[in-house]
Write a protein that binds this ligand. Structure first.
Ligand code: HSE
Length: 324
């Protein structure tokens, strides 16, 4: 059995979920995949924080110690672009495979990072960067390999969907947002969620997997302007308001559009509730394929991170995960 050492960067909501899941699933993964996953180091920022279930001996506040340590995979769950980007670049330069849930980093610097990974013969796994537990990255890369994708449309932000669902049940926006934050759905900077930026970043990642074309048009509107009155009026009319994100081919490239939409009760997206996500991929030959599931939260997102780690750990050649 091959021992696979993991350096975990960040021990927030998803990081702790990842530690819990590795602990819980290690015997099954060893039996099934013949790899013994071990978290060797965990990079943290704050030493005094309570982290139930996390072995304190693994904690370090030194990024260099965590990244430069002998390990097979660096799992980046810090989020944000600057420190996380520097750490990922260093890990790649050190010849480490990387798994990340960081859509902001990939949406902004994906091409550069994937080129660096290719030059250093390592992988970047990023399934967890889009739609939590839903395996949309694998589906776009593998299942649609033989088809031309025409459009991708979905409810791709769990926090906004949770807020809109709570408001339909009578909660105020601020109350619903703090509940989403408490449950670990929101970004550290929740304006990214409510202003539609997180959804747009996810669509950029999906678009780069689906279409070999640049984004030439992008329109992003979040849910901040959706009033309780509009939600109630929609509800009385049997409708629901959802933040809908869309990427499609247009002349010269790809158009991305994120905006709140009032949807008929029978619309697929109207029935997506709370932190769930749904994505519809339309292929020229395959027609519509629908994927649904938990789009945010510690364990659902950690499950996607862990699947990437296992894929990398099992691979005899290092470059397995997909480039965007
Ligand atoms: N803040 C994100 C969301 C987390 O609410 O969808 C998962 O990407």
């Amino acid at each position: 059995m091959r021992r696979v050492g993991i350096a975990l960067l960040g021990c927030g909501t998803v990081g702790r979920g990842f530690v819990e899941l590795v602990e819980r699933e290690r015997p099954r993964i060893a039996a099934r995949h013949d790899v013994d996953l071990r978290i060797d180091r965990i990079l943290i920022r704050d030493n005094d924080k309570e982290r139930a279930g996390v072995d304190r001996r693994l904690l370090t506040r030194s990024a260099i110690a965590a990244i430069d340590d002998e390990c097979d995979v660096v799992v980046e769950l810090i989020g944000g672009v600057h420190s996380a980007g520097a750490f990922v670049r260093r890990a790649i330069a050190n010849g480490r495979n990387v798994v990340t849930a960081n859509k902001a980093l990939l949406a902004m610097n994906g091409a550069e990072l994937f080129n660096a990974a290719a030059a250093n013969d390592v992988s970047i796994g990023f399934e967890a960067s889009v739609c939590g537990a839903i395996p949309i990255v694998r589906v776009l890369k593998s299942a649609f390999a033989g088809d031309e994708i025409e459009s991708i449309e979905g409810v791709v932000n769990g926090t906004c969907n949770f807020i809109l669902s709570c408001m339909e049940r009578g909660s105020a926006f601020a109350e619903a947002l703090s509940c989403a934050q408490e449950r670990g759905f929101a970004e550290a900077d929740a304006t990214l969620d409510v202003d539609g930026v997180d959804a747009a970043q996810k669509m950029r990642i999906l678009a780069s997997l689906a279409f070999d074309a640049p984004v030439v048009r992008e329109s992003v509107v979040g849910i901040r302007g959706v009033t309780p009155h509009e939600i109630e009026r929609a509800r009385i009319g049997g409708n629901s308001i959802r933040l809908v994100a869309r990427a499609e081919r247009i002349a010269g490239g790809v158009a991305i559009d994120v905006a709140p939409r009032e949807l008929d009760a029978n619309h697929l997206f109207a029935n997506v509730r709370d932190e769930n996500n749904t994505v519809v991929v339309r292929g020229r030959a395959s027609g519509e394929i629908v994927l649904s599931g938990k789009g945010a939260g510690a364990l659902p997102t950690a499950s996607a991170v862990l699947a990437d780690v296992i894929e990398i750990a099992k691979s005899p050649s290092r470059r397995t995960a997909y480039a965007i």
